[in-house]
Each structure stands twice: as structure tokens, then as C-alpha cells.
Design a protein around this ligand. Structure first.
Ligand SMILES: Cc1cc2nc3c(=O)[nH]c(=O)nc-3n(C[C@H](O)[C@H](O)[C@H](O)COP(=O)(O)OP(=O)(O)OC[C@H]3O[C@@H](n4cnc5c(N)ncnc54)[C@H](O)[C@@H]3O)c2cc1C
Length: 409
């Protein structure tokens, strides 16, 4: 077995893990990120890069380079509720540097971040390396065991960061309990070709019993069909013909190409979970991102909160890690810093789930926009506040660590 030791070992190379690795390495901390997949190019996992994340890219001097990658910008989140059209969030009413959501495939974003991190000699990313267990000595977590394409690996570390997502094995092994908050829905994600004659905006359409999210990705649509929780098997049993008919009802412009949806393999089920770990840490161990709190897909914030956690963790822990003296109090500070912003967003998501989605998915016969939606239309300045809440959240993070290495262009 190969054995090695580092200051910090991060299990999981998603947005939380790669961003934490980048920032810690930039601050001079010796860090290894383990990602179990061989590449980032996998199923659709959300593409929304919010102004909070774009601002961090600006702080890193990388915003222009990031925006050179193919992406689409959306400045307004619009909806169709029955026959009523309106706007929920309007980024043009904010004073943000980047008043829009950038839609970019997550694999492009992760590749970009990992290339950016590879500039630093203290950054190592091991692809195809799956963390399989925690090494514990006298109640202190001191490392990780992993399997890699070239054999088993043991990494000793002053700190193990679990960034291994919503089904976190590391969190389970650390014995950290989770509060499940529940969700009334699952989401079926699929893409379809887009034609120039199609509508040209990202839109959520709500009709009795259904909600369809249509994200304009220029040459294709990314659709999210929001279904009542646990009903995918029943939908499958009714057949693709039925599914295609509902899609055409919700998005009539799909009628000429709906036949392309000819296999259930083209449709990916997101089993929605909303939860949070009671404690995010133990001595030598910290959870961030989805491993600490799985977010509802409402408002597409998961990637961005994961990135915010990574920034807070590096701001608070880079100094103690460099000094070789991370205490549990330091780890508690990360949870204290991030828990409130995360709870505010989860509260907003639960309110939308309960007040808007539950009645809709229950097939409420009279379809009137709920009070909150009416309020947003009556007072358009509220659409700017909604955009700020979705795009930046509360208590946004900024990069506070100084670069240890000379920055190259
Ligand atoms: C279908 C789908 C659609 C979504 N849509 C959106 C959206 O539109 N906008 C949005 O903001 N969020 C969206 N999300 C949520 C978003 O993807 C997550 O909130 C976000 O990626 C969390 O980042 P993370 O780094 O904490 O975890 P993840 O992105 O889940 O990353 C965890 C990483 O750890 C790796 N891993 C897991 N176990 C191990 C192990 N034992 N060893 C090594 N590596 C391991 C995984 O392969 C993965 O790469 C969506 C999620 C899904 C599944």
C-alpha cells in the first residue's frame, strides 16, 4: 500500500472539494483532493454559476478567463403560472458586478478550477481515487484510506475535509447525524435540441399537477420536469408516449422533435433531498458542501453554496493548517460561519416547496399565482431583492487568504 502524508486531504472533487483545494493550495497548504471518477465529464449535475461564485472568480483574477468558456447568461428568472407570465428575480435591478446567472456545464467549471489550482505546487488532484475509509486514532481522525487505479493508498492528514456530496460516505463513517427536512418532489432532467424559432428565455412553467423548468442553453434546452416525489416508476409505467404528450402540452414548441425522447436512459432522475448535518465536524474532520447540507434544486443554489463553504473553510483554516495546529474550535467556526446563510436559503426553499410546489403537484384545480408571486409582480423592486437573495445569499464570502505563490498569468 502506498502511504503518504499531507496537511489536508479532501475527499470529493466537486465544486466544494476542488475550490477548497485550490484556495488552500494557493495559501501554501499542502493539499490532496481525491475524486473517485476518472474525469469530470459525467451526468448533468446543474450548471448554474451565480454572481456570488463569479465574484470569487473576479477576486482570483480569473473571471475573464472563465467567461471565455462557452456559457449563457440569464438576467431574469421568469415563470408562467397557468396563463399568467411574470418575473421572480431580476438581476438587472441589482448593482452586482455580474448581474446574471451564467449557465456553464459543471464539468467545464470543474476542469477550469482544477487547471487553475494546478498552478500551485502544493495542489494534488488524484482522479479515479475513491476514499473508502477514515483512519481514526484515539477519537481523532488522522487520515483516509483510498483505492486508486494503481492500488490502495493511505493518506495521513492533519485535517480531512469531506466534500463527497449528498451521500457522503465520509460523513457516515465519522458518525455525524443528519436532519432530513423533506421535499415533495423529484426532478427528471433531460436535454432536447433547440431551434432559433423557440422562445428565447429560461422559464419555469407551472400548470395543475406539473412544473417544467426550461433552461435555454443556446443550441439545446435543459429541461427539468418536476414530479411528485417517488412517482418516476409510475410515470415510466405509463410509457414514453404519455411523457412526450405532457412535455408537448407544457412546451408546445417541442412538438416537432419530441420523438427524439425515445429511451428512458435519456432522462436522469434527481431524487431531491433537503437535509443538514447537525454537526459538521469532529476532531481532525470537517464536512462542507452537500456533505454538510443537501439543498433543494429550488433556485439552483447547491453549487454556489458549496463554493461559499469552501471559501469560508480556507479563510478560517489556512492559517491553522500552515501552523500545524487545527483545533476543533477552528472547525466549529466554519460551521458557525456557514450555517446561518445555508439555513436562510433552505428556509426560502422550504417555503417555496410548501406554498407553491406542494399545491401544484397535488393538482390544485384553480391555478392562481400564490401570494408571494403576486407580490413580486406588484412591487418589481422586490424582484431585485429576490435576485440578490438567490444570486448572492446572505453573508457572502470573500477570499481573505493571501497567495503564498507568485501569481502567474
Ligand atoms: C441532476 C442534478 C441537477 C442539479 N442541478 C443543480 C443546479 O442547477 N444548480 C445548482 O447549484 N445545483 C444543482 N445541483 C446540486 C449540485 O450539483 C450540488 O449542490 C453541488 O454539486 C454540491 O457540490 P459538492 O462539491 O458539495 O458535491 P458534489 O458536486 O456532489 O461533488 C462530490 C464529489 O465527490 C465525489 N465522491 C463521492 N464519493 C467519493 C469518495 N468516496 N471518494 C472520492 N470522491 C468521491 C463525487 O464523484 C463528486 O465528484 C444538481 C444536482 C443534481 C444531481
Amino acid at each position: 500500500m502506498e502511504k503518504t502524508s499531507v496537511r489536508c486531504c479532501i475527499a470529493g472533487g466537486g465544486p466544494a472539494g476542488v475550490m477548497a483545494g485550490l484556495l488552500l493550495a494557493r495559501a501554501g497548504v499542502d493539499v490532496v483532493v481525491l475524486e473517485k471518477h476518472a474525469d469530470f465529464f459525467r451526468d448533468f449535475r446543474g450548471d448554474t454559476i451565480h454572481p456570488s461564485t463569479l465574484e470569487l472568480m473576479y477576486e482570483l483574477g480569473s473571471l475573464d478567463d472563465l467567461l471565455h468558456l462557452p456559457h449563457q447568461k440569464t438576467a431574469r428568472l421568469r415563470f408562467q403560472f397557468g396563463d399568467t407570465f411574470g418575473t421572480i428575480a431580476d438581476f438587472t435591478r441589482t448593482k452586482l458586478r455580474t448581474p446574471y446567472i451564467a449557465f456553464m456545464p459543471q464539468w467545464d467549471f470543474l476542469t477550469f478550477l482544477s487547471k487553475r489550482a494546478a498552478r500551485y505546487p502544493t495542489f494534488t488532484l488524484k482522479m479515479g481515487a475513491e476514499a473508502t475509509g477514515l483512519i481514526e486514532e484515539n477519537g481523532l481522525i488522522v487520515g483516509v484510506t483510498a483505492t486508486t487505479p494503481i492500488g490502495p493508498l493511505e493518506i495521513r492528514a492533519d485535517l480531512v475535509i469531506a466534500a463527497d456530496g449528498r451521500t457522503s460516505l465520509m460523513r457516515q463513517q465519522a458518525g455525524l447525524a443528519v436532519d432530513e427536512l423533506g421535499a415533495p418532489m423529484d426532478v427528471l432532467w433531460f436535454s432536447m435540441p433547440r431551434k432559433p424559432s423557440d422562445p428565447d428565455e429560461t422559464m419555469g412553467r407551472i400548470d395543475a399537477g406539473r412544473m417544467l423548468i426550461a433552461i435555454d442553453r443556446q443550441d439545446y434546452w435543459q429541461f427539468g420536469d418536476v414530479i411528485p416525489k417517488g412517482t418516476f416508476e409510475a410515470i415510466k409505467a405509463r410509457g414514453l408516449h404519455d411523457f412526450r404528450a405532457t412535455l408537448t402540452q407544457m412546451a408546445p414548441y417541442m412538438a416537432d422533435r419530441v420523438a427524439l425522447l425515445d429511451d428512458w436512459d435519456k432522462i436522469k432522475l434527481l431524487t431531491v433531498q433537503v437535509n443538514r448535518a447537525k454537526s459538521w465536524h469532529r476532531p481532525g474532520f470537517l464536512c462542507i458542501g452537500d456533505a454538510a447540507h443537501a439543498m433543494s434544486p429550488v433556485a439552483g443554489v447547491g453549487i454556489n453554496l458549496a463554493v461559499q463553504d469552501a471559501v469560508a473553510a480556507s479563510n478560517i483554516l489556512a492559517g491553522p493548517l500552515l501552523a500545524g495546529s487545527v483545533t476543533e474550535d477552528d472547525l466549529a467556526r466554519v460551521q458557525k460561519r456557514r450555517e446561518f446563510p445555508m439555513r436562510v436559503i433552505q428556509a426560502m426553499q422550504l417555503m417555496i416547496q410548501n406554498r407553491v410546489l406542494t399545491p401544484v403537484l397535488g393538482g390544485a384545480p384553480t391555478l392562481k399565482p400564490p401570494f408571494i408571486i403576486k407580490l413580486l409582480q406588484a412591487f418589481p423592486f422586490l424582484q431585485g431583492l429576490a435576485a440578490r437573495l438567490v444570486g448572492v445569499g446572505v453573508r457572502p464570502e470573500h477570499i481573505r487568504t493571501a497567495p503564498h505563490w507568485p501569481e502567474k498569468g
